[in-house]
Design a protein around this ligand. Sequence first.
Ligand code: AMP
Length: 415
Amino acid sequence: MRVLLVGGGGREHALALGLANDPAVDQLIAAPGNPGIAAVAELREVAAIDPAAVAALAVEVQADLVVIGPEAPLVAGVADAVRAKGIPAFGPSAEAARLEGSKTFAKEIMTAAGVPTARAHTCTDPESTAQALDDFGPPYVVKNDGLAAGKGVVVTDDRTIAEEHARECGRVVIEEYLAGPEVSLFVVTDGEAALPLLPAQDFKRVGDGDTGPNTGGMGAYAPLPWAPPGLVDDVMRDVVHPTLAEMRRRGTPFAGLLYVGLALTAAGPRVIEFNARFGDPETQVVLALLETPLAGLLHAAASGTLAAHPPLRWSEGAAVTVVVAAEGYPAAPRTGDEIVGADRAGVIHAGTRRADDGTLRSAGGRVLCGTATGPDLAAARDAAYALVRGIELAGSHHRTDIAAAAVEGRIAVPD
Ligand code: AMP
């Protein structure tokens, strides 16, 4: 199988490792890829959000499968353009990707499908914003309605900050605060059949103890030793299948990766958000534990044959990833700094580039992810931090408490 992977971040590096490991893959091409991905794939230049350009590249390289990593190309219609050439694409249509592209649309689908989620109002002016903030009270949850690379959400007790964020975004969804530990559940689907991957947890805030502003994600671990038994079955029954059925009913079936972000509240699991693609950095830990060949799985979803796919196989043990971020991330990351110590197994490249002089340089806010597995969460955590300690990048920072509460048994689901 010849596989074209679209994207160039940490998620795509993790996908590239999984795809390259599948014995059915004899050629892996990544566009644009990154210096980490270059070790396992041939890199090609492409404007990833240009549907015609990606489709032309898929035809040129005679791809049997195109895997689209990031959300922006999906929302732009890259999967549609590839499928129009008769090539299976892993990733939803532009219509179906609105589940991520518009928070208002996602709420509409959840309401129609009876999916448990936070009550919410869409607001576009200061008056309706003030009314919604009054209605729900603090902590205030204010979300940019459009795509914001995971950074469009403000959760705050400070009314002024909440109002400012609403004003800056223009159109926002304001919703009730959901209290409880968060879970990311990835579901591979062909629109009808659906296979859940292992639940994971990510860390959105920049600082230890969940302090500071939200980021794209500072680390993750899987599986979740504290997750209630039956959680995944419940979410498949109450969230995933009703959502997929509603999307089919509307004539816009969702095929690809449905990311369900949940809060486990005292009233049960509630959806915080849907994404239309693998989450970053949870992909790094979930795929590190997947034994089932990845290209075969994604091809089955892309070609509508997932019902016939065998059950997924997982390694025993656990995986942890810790993000090394550039100085100034998330507000104003500094790029262009030299990186030393990144060329080791388990170091995933998220925002790097190879300079003309051959040195590896930072090229984004999240630069690298130290990713390791182990027989249990504590061992995986130690190994991930050992990788991070071996990385030199001036001014960089990382959280020191990724997976710590889970290792120490300090996470409880409210009852
Ligand atoms: P989102 O982009 O919707 O995933 O939001 C980013 C982060 O904001 C989530 O991972 C949560 O930590 C937090 N968040 C979003 N919505 C809520 C909510 N209704 N209640 C509590 N926290 C939330």
